[in-house]
Design a protein around this ligand. Structure first.
Ligand code: SF4
Ligand code: SF4
Length: 142
């Protein structure tokens, strides 16, 4: 997580504006506070990429905290379980940074209101049992 925070700093994003970094820091899973991270070698202030351009739409995504939940639900792909592929290893539940996954009826269950769309669950799933579903409106937004 320290690496994520440093990378954010280099491209002029406040690390705690990134939901996964903020929540992981709050839960004690690592250090996201840039003032508490020792960067060895180069001075981080000399390594900032002044003209770094965020992908279209992402800058406003980080800032629009009041609307984030609504827009996220309408536009951003959400993880969903393919039950037939699930091995019930529970890795997804153990590693979800926002506590959006729990065990229900002996399967992982998503609370999409809590989900911050980091997609760690999909990346870590050994059974390829988590798919990303883009909401209808999201298919028209690039
Ligand atoms: S990580 Fe994948 S296989 Fe394991 S419990 Fe979660 S969905 Fe099922
Ligand atoms: S994408 Fe998966 S791991 Fe990330 S917050 Fe949502 S449920 Fe949790």
């Amino acid at each position: 997580m320290a690496l994520d925070a440093v990378a954010c700093k280099m491209v002029a994003i406040e690390p705690f504006m990134v939901p996964s970094t903020r929540l992981a820091h709050e839960q004690g899973l690592g250090i996201g506070d840039i003032s508490r991270i020792d960067v060895l070698g180069e001075d981080i202030n000399d390594m900032q990429i002044e003209d770094f351009k965020l992908p279209s739409g992402s800058a406003s995504f980080f800032r629009a905290t009041g609307l984030t939940h609504l827009l996220r639900g309408m536009l951003v792909a959400k993880p969903e379980l393919v039950r037939q592929k699930c091995k019930k290893c529970w890795i997804c539940i153990e590693h979800c940074p926002s506590g959006a996954l729990s065990k229900k009826e002996d399967y992982p269950s998503f609370d999409h209101k809590k989900c911050i769309r980091c997609y760690c669950c999909q990346e870590l799933c050994p059974g390829d049992a988590i798919e990303l579903k883009t909401p209808f409106l999201g298919r028209f937004v690039k």
